[in-house]
Each structure stands twice: as C-alpha cells, then as structure tokens.
Design a protein around this ligand. Structure first.
Ligand code: FPP
Length: 244
C-alpha cells in the first residue's frame, strides 16, 4: 500500500485504536506476555509518527482499560513501567512532530510515578497543535458515562443546568473526551470483533476496521491499508447515497 494511493483530502480526522494481541504475539513465540507489550510500544511509535506525518488531527489509543487492573500484578506493573519509560523516551518525538499529549480515564488510579510523568509530558507538549494524541488509561466507557450522568445531575440540582437545556452536545461536554471530536475510524487489531467498553458514545458514526494482525506486528503498511479501506467506504450518517 503506497501512501500516494491515499486521498489526502479524505483522511479521517479522529482515529481511535484498540491495540490488541500483545499477549498472543508473545505466547506464539514462547515468550512471556510482557514481551508482547514491550514489542507493542514499537507499533505505538510507528502509528503515532505515521498519523502525525499524514496530518491526522486526533489519535486516541486504548492503552489500559478499567478491566485490565484484574490482570496478574506482574503484567499490570510492566504495563505501568512501559508507560513511564515510553513517555520519557518519546518526548523528543512528540516535540519534533508537534504532538500534544492528553489522557482520558480514571487517571487518579494510576501509580503516582505514572501520574507524575504523564502530567509532566502533557504540560511540556501543551502548546503543540499538529496532532492531539490521547491515551486512554484506566479507561472504561461505561464509567465515563456514569461519571457524566452524576455531574449532569449535580448541575441540575444546583441549578447550573436546566433539564430542558440538555442536548447531545451537553453530554459531550461532560465526558472525559470533551475536547475531542467524534471518532471517524476505529481500528482493532488481532481478529477480535468487539468494542470492549471503548468510546461507546463517541463511535456512534465511526467506521469500524478489524484486522487479524496482532498489535506488535502492526506497521505503517497496516495503518495505510486501514485508511485506504476507510476511503473506499461511503459514510452516509443515516442519509441515502443520493442525498450526500
Ligand atoms: C492488549 O493486548 C494490549 C494492552 C492491554 C496494552 C497495550 C499497551 C501497549 C501497546 C504498550 C504500552 C502503551 C503505551 C501507550 C506506551 P493483550 O495483552 O490483551 O493481548 P491478548 O489479547 O493477545 O492477550
């Protein structure tokens, strides 16, 4: 797949990725699961760089779900360590490509070290405008929606918000992703066809792309393939072809 075959004017504005298959990749080669996560960081770097170079405005990566806390401690610890070391290592890449880092999720549940590193890199990249990279960390969409409902209820009780004034756009404003537009393209690797509690509200009109490639094997070529597939589809948002 050549980059030149893509229509630069019809790239997705917001791409979200469920990076799946690290454990299976490792097990297939007789390695410990954590090796798969380590290898997965290379795919993260390539995906981030390619998206920035192509001019994708928003990239959101599902790095750790609320359910992932149930994994063995050694795996959780490794993922948190990888997060900290990747943030440190990749700061120059973020700066070079003008990438602003953000995070969504129950961030207070992360180890303090991870929270500190995250806050620091977010602060240092705050002024970058080329691409918004959002890491979903300790993230669950139902938790996000539950939190939003509570906040809305509070604002209604304290009369900051009238019930009649609640619109779809109001709900957006109460989500962790309040600064992000709707997702245009959701990619999931490793052959699983599930959403797994990721951005349920935000993917209402997203195109879904599933590939059998395991995340550690996911390369620029695979990403370009996903974009080509996206461009070959007709997005109708409920209208007929003739109305578009
Ligand atoms: C899913 O594979 C992947 C994860 C739970 C974590 C993703 C994390 C990384 C790619 C590395 C660190 C991230 C950043 C942003 C630096 P799985 O373990 O569920 O695979 P399996 O389904 O084959 O078991």
């Amino acid at each position: 797949m050549e980059e030149a075959l893509l229509d630069q004017t019809r790239l997705p504005r917001h791409v979200a990725v469920i990076m799946d298959g690290n454990g299976r990749w490792a097990q297939k080669q007789g390695l410990m699961r954590v090796r798969g996560h380590e290898k997965g960081t290379k795919s993260v770097r390539q995906t981030v760089e390619t998206c920035a170079q192509l001019g994708i405005a928003y990239l959101t990566l599902y790095a750790f779900s609320t359910e992932n806390w149930k994994r063995p401690k050694i795996e959780v610890d490794t993922l948190m360590k990888l997060l900290v070391s990747s943030l440190r290592k990749e700061l120059p890449t973020l700066q070079k490509n003008g990438i602003k880092l953000q995070a969504v999720g129950s961030l207070h549940q992360l180890p303090e070290k991870a929270q500190r590193e995250l806050t620091e890199v977010m602060e240092l990249t705050r002024e970058n405008t080329n691409m918004h990279l959002t890491l979903a960390l300790s993230y669950g969409s139902r938790e996000e929606l539950t939190t939003a409902v509570k906040l809305i209820a509070q604002d209604v009780v304290t009369e900051k918000l009238a019930v009649e004034a609640i619109e779809e756009s109001t709900i957006n404003k109460y989500l962790f992703t309040r600064d992000l537009p709707d997702v245009d393209l959701l990619i999931r690797t490793s052959g699983e066809h599930r959403i797994s509690n990721f951005l349920l509200w935000q993917i209402a009109y997203a195109e879904l792309y599933f590939t059998n490639t395991l995340w550690p094997d996911f390369r620029k070529e695979d990403l370009l393939q996903a974009f080509k597939n996206y461009q070959d589809r007709e997005r109708r948002f409920g209208k007929t072809s003739e109305q578009l």
